[in-house]
Design a protein around this ligand. Structure first.
Ligand code: FAD
Length: 451
């Protein structure tokens, strides 16, 4: 076990290189009296809102996931450690992380936890095998392989039934991610792949969007949700709300419709965009501090984003349950900046800022090229104007000048033309997750050497 202990400066450990972790670290860039150690299990800062564009071949993974080390290269008070945080000891004030078989213990004076959330299958984790979620670069690349691969299998199908199953895509969850995915698959089939096959007609692909709730994009309100639904329907997406998925298997899924009837759908590609579960680190923090957690495992922090009895520990972003704050990037960014300012005030002997107040800057979701919905302050609008706003805001938040330029080029290829520049999918991307899962479950008996 390697133990790291850093000098006399105020030691800050940041967990996570997502929105909270990165923006919190950067907010402290001017302090030469602090030593920041950012611990994350991936070496990149992932811009999750554009994962669906990686999955559908518009952008490369590098464009939305630049190296954290490179972003922070000039910030001399910060260093990056790669590793999965396995333990936080609130009494000893240490964070233990693991990379391969190496454990590293890092001591802190202040801790900022922003480990985000993962996919939730609402207790049906076995669905994951056949319906990957959309939380990581791995997920997006696997989905890219599955989506483009489905068209290839359809081209080789021996029966109409087989071809129909291969060309049926089901997205579960009609929140922003589900709407964006369904819209993009419809555009992929109807525009990009239109002329690429000889036996099948990709425009005949059947894209379904299911949700147990009765509305599309419920967080955007009825009017914008209705507009998104109409646009999806115009594009040929089969939107079925009031549909609760009850089973998912290799060849399809089953759902219960609004009348209580059971419907079976034959579909090769299933995508899970419903439900989130906070990082398990939340429960660890709650158990040690006496804080409560909600059903999604989010920690009920105090109004200043700290843990009860531990003013030195801040928790931000998707991991917190506070005032019904949504799981969006701005909550993580503003929370992390608030925590950074609080740490600075303490170091400078200045009064506390008091409670954290979230400033809602609005939200947006794209439905198709040239069409989005946006809710900014009291304004609610949809269509082209919302899409232009979406374009601008996302470009601003993509990290790095290089990435902005290449993203803009890729968008021009896809939105002005028909093309998609990132259609590469390797076998590794499609099958690695299953292989890793099998390996971690142990070698099957039949493969073990006898005697
Ligand atoms: C597909 C998708 C689309 C989205 N679209 C939008 C959108 O359009 N607009 C919007 O505002 N929000 C959107 N969101 C939500 C937004 O991305 C999150 O709210 C935001 O990322 C939360 O920031 P965070 O810092 O809490 O967590 P994250 O950004 O998820 O960062 C968590 C970090 O912690 C690391 N980590 C986790 N566990 C450990 C561990 N045990 N040890 C070490 N490191 C760990 C992860 O690797 C990651 O670096 C979307 C999310 C998804 C998944």
């Amino acid at each position: 076990m390697t133990s790291t202990s850093i000098g006399r400066k105020h030691r800050i450990v940041v967990i996570g290189s997502g929105f909270g972790g990165l923006f919190g670290t950067q907010a402290l860039r001017k302090r030469d009296d602090v030593e920041i150690t950012l611990v994350a299990r991936t070496a990149q800062h992932l811009f999750q809102p554009l994962l669906y564009q990686v999955a559908t071949g518009i952008l490369s993974e590098g464009e939305i996931a630049p190296s954290t080390r490179e972003i922070l290269a000039r910030q001399k008070n910060a260093r990056v450690i790669l590793g999965e945080v396995t333990g936080i000891d609130l009494e000893a004030r240490t964070v233990t992380s693991r990379l391969l078989d190496r454990d590293t213990v890092t001591e802190y004076d202040s801790l900022l936890v922003s480990a985000g959330a993962g996919q939730s299958y609402f207790g049906n984790d076995h669905f994951a095998e056949h319906a990957p979620g959309m939380k990581s670069v791995d997920d997006a690349l696997e989905l890219r392989g599955r989506i483009f691969g489905a068209f290839e299998l359809a081209e080789l199908a021996r029966t109409d039934e087989e071809a129909r199953r291969a060309l049926t895509f089901v997205v579960v969850g009609a929140g922003p991610t589900g709407v964006e995915m369904a819209g993009q698959i419809a555009e992929l089939a109807g525009r990009t792949l239109k002329h690429d096959f000889r036996r099948i007609d990709p425009t005949q692909a059947h894209v379904l969007l299911l949700d147990a709730a009765d509305t599309v994009l419920p967080s955007f309100g009825e009017r914008l949700g209705g507009a998104a639904r109409r646009r999806l329907t115009e594009m040929g997406v089969d939107v079925r709300t009031g549909s609760m998925v009850t089973d998912v298997d290799e060849t399809g899924l089953t759902y219960r419709d609004g009348d209580g009837g059971t419907v079976r759908l034959e579909a090769l590609t299933k995508i899970w965009a419903a439900g989130v579960q906070a990082s398990p680190l939340g429960r660890q923090l709650a158990e040690q501090s006496g804080a409560e957690t909600d059903r999604a495992g989010r920690v009920q922090v105090l109004p200043d984003l700290t843990l009860p009895g531990h003013p030195e520990v801040f928790v931000v972003g998707d991991m917190i349950a506070l005032d019904d704050l949504p799981g969006v990037a701005q909550v993580a960014i503003q929370g992390a900046r608030f925590a950074a300012r609080e740490i600075e005030s303490r170091l400078d002997g200045e009064p506390s800022q008091g409670e954290f107040h979230y400033r809602d800057k609005g939200s947006m979701a794209t439905v198709s090229r040239f069409s989005a919905v946006a809710s900014v302050g009291r304004l609610r609008f949809h269509g082209f104007l919302a899409w232009v706003l979406w374009l601008g805001v996302h470009l601003v938040y993509i990290i790095g000048f290089k990435n902005r330029v290449t993203t803009l080029l890729h968008w021009a290829v896809s939105f002005l033309g028909r093309g998609r520049a990132e259609r590469v999918a390797t076998e590794q991307q499609v099958f690695a997750r299953r292989a890793i899962e099998q390996a971690s479950r142990g070698v099957p008996d039949e493969l073990k050497e006898s005697g």
